[in-house]
Design a protein around this ligand. Sequence first.
Ligand code: ATR
Length: 296
Amino acid sequence: MNVTSMQNSDWQIDGSTRILGVIGDPVMHSLSPAMHNLALSYLGVNARYLAFHVKPSHLNDAVRGFVAQGVLGFNSTLPHKEALLKLMDWVDDEAMLMGAVNTVRIEPDGRLLGYNTDAYGFQMAMEMNFPKHMLGAEVVVLGAGGAARGVVTGLANGGVQRITVANRTLSRAEHLLDSLTGPNLARVDRRATPLEPHKLSLETCKLLVNTTSAGMHGESFQAVDLHRLPPDAVVVDIIYTPARTPFLQAAQNRGLKILNGLDMLVHQGARSFYIWTGQQMPVSRVKDYLERLLNS
Ligand code: ATR
């Protein structure tokens, strides 16, 4: 590892400070700079993490610039995760299976190593909070966009038995399941269904995960009758602002166990952090900090 460590009290920028960051369009609201800078500072790693607003037409130039300037690595968010895959010199199995890269490590010789930590983030969030809710479970995933790819892959890695992807646009759900591959997913019974009340079977569903952006705008789902879930079901929403979407609030009112997306965010970040620095992010400290930040 070529990142030098120093005492916490010496956490200042100098000639050997390394750069990390996130690229996205938009990127301004990303929590990743707060998350990673807290961890870097806490562990005394001589690096800083910045947000870079990169438009799709500038992706290639931005990545070449990072290589030329000796940047240590970076995360990617919407809309770059798929396009980045083609720019990598090496890609790990998970990123290859998902067709998307969310973490890049730049080697000293300029080689670009691509990873995807989203599925790991979801799996860890589940295992930390509800360790018995994945193995052999029937799961319903709402939504079939980019975020659903990480969740479906994480569920397969966690050993679920059946995944139903319910989406407003059925063809996207079908495409998602067709395009995701790998030995863990091959063992899972997979179905696509339209997001409609009579098509969605919830009676034996142990885990219901919302991956759509609906709750960010205060919306919930007419098509999902939470009363049809068994009483021991867990309901997850990968959104973390608001901390409790109307969907999660309704699940809690119904007496179900709930989880929002903050743990997934922190765990995917922790995996990226390890890829760059070889050090373990202090996850509970980072989560507390982000919760305080979101509440302020
Ligand atoms: P992301 O990469 O963040 O997942 P995306 O690719 O735009 O974003 O996908 C958004 C997902 O949210 C899609 O599954 C979308 O459904 P469609 O494929 O039918 O567009 C779903 N979505 C967004 N708003 C929704 C709403 N109000 N009700 C139901 N589904 C919604």
